[in-house]
Design a protein around this ligand. Structure first.
Ligand code: MTE
Length: 340
């Protein structure tokens, strides 16, 4: 592996990747080519402070008893809404515009701005998430059931892409653990495999061999049960936009963004480690764990620093993306260099 200690500028990354693409004769490497091609971004818009969300009663069933127009209160705001202006480290939230116009969603486009345009007509209703595998109570959840059965809240998380850019995002959603507990994982279940929708007629790039479709990701069961791990159904107090992975996506804030799979239709409990779409495409570059780690470089660029979208300059990358207190103990005894 050709590890580098300094971060090349983005034009250089693109050139390096193009060269690599020419050398590698397999079509799936095209994904690795484009994943590193970041582009400049716009200045942040002013932030607005509004009152905190109305609390929803805890517990299931009917965790969101107070549905508003069929939506949990956390998604029912008419305009983009967040209860705070900053994350817990004091850094400003990215704007709604930034978060919804700088996306990675390869089913639609390999450009950051492409998904906002090309996902506009993607159909998110009806939608079903099938939960199966090593569980006592397999079942399918409609979107309405996800809305009513699980307590929705706001979660302000940093998203750190493996390409070394980041954002602060006010998600709305619920603990993945609440859903898993409802289906009762069996003791042999060690991993959770997530699968995105396969819909070649609505997702143009699924007709091209950029990745092996449908997009797949995975977590260990203990990672999936961690309280930081959510299924997001909304952002800025409204249902997710299509380009963000509507109607339901995973968010695992201490891992590189590619783990946070969009448009989920299937969740399976397994005893074998799932092979994610990115690991399948480039196993030396994208591992199963993908924990944000400033000390372990990507083979083609440094992970020591990152570019916050909307800001000038670079900032130091934090171990586990700043969530080490909550998750570092999950990896006691694991060599994080070998398990990248
Ligand atoms: N999920 C699917 N189905 N397809 C994708 O291309 N891209 C991943 C992840 N989830 C991706 C996906 C990557 S590389 C990142 S960084 C995040 O989504 C980006 O999320 P965002 O567009 O909401 O910022």
């Amino acid at each position: 592996m050709n590890k580098r200690n300094s971060l090349p500028n983005e034009a250089m990354i693109f050139t390096m990747n193009r060269r690599q693409f020419l050398v590698r004769a397999i079509p799936l490497a095209a994904g690795a080519l484009i994943l590193a091609a970041c582009s400049p971004d716009a200045a942040p818009a002013p932030l607005v402070t509004r009152p905190t969300l109305t609390p929803v009663p805890p517990g299931t069933p009917n965790a969101n008893a107070a549905l508003v127009n069929g939506l949990p209160a956390a998604l029912a705001h008419a305009e983009p809404y967040a209860s705070v202006n900053t994350d817990e480290l004091g850094d400003p939230l990215n704007t709604f515009e930034q978060i919804t116009h700088y996306n990675n969603y390869y089913e639609f486009s390999t450009d950051k701005e492409g998904p906002a345009q090309l996902a506009q007509n993607f159909q998110t209703t009806p939608w079903t998430v099938e939960v199966s595998g090593l569980v006592n109570k397999p079942r399918a959840f409609s979107l309405a059931e996800l809305y009513t059965l699980f307590k929705h809240d706001e979660y302000i998380y940093r998203l750190r892409c493996v390409e070394a850019w980041s954002e602060v995002i006010p998600w709305a959603g619920f603990h993945l653990g609440d859903l898993l507990k409802m289906v009762e994982p069996q003791p042999q279940a060690k991993f959770v495999k997530f699968t995105s929708v396969l819909r070649k007629d609505q997702m143009p790039n699924q007709n091209l061999p950029i990745l092996s479709w449908p997009y797949v990701e995975g977590l260990r069961v203990d990672e999936a049960l961690n309280n930081l791990t959510i299924l997001a159904t909304g952002m800025y107090g409204k249902p997710l936009t299509n380009q963000q992975g509507a109607p339901v996506r995973l968010v695992v804030p201490w891992k590189y963004g590619f783990k946070s799979i969009k448009a989920i239709v299937k969740i399976e409990l397994t005893d074998a480690m799932p092979v994610s779409a990115w690991t399948d495409a480039a196993p030396d570059e994208y591992g199963f764990y993908a924990n944000v780690n400033p000390e372990v470089d990507h083979p083609r660029w440094s992970q020591a620093t990152e570019r916050r979208i909307g800001q000038v300059g670079r900032r130091r990358t934090l171990s586990f993306n700043g969530y080490a207190d909550q998750v570092a103990s999950l990896y006691n005894g694991l060599d994080l260099r070998a398990n990248y």
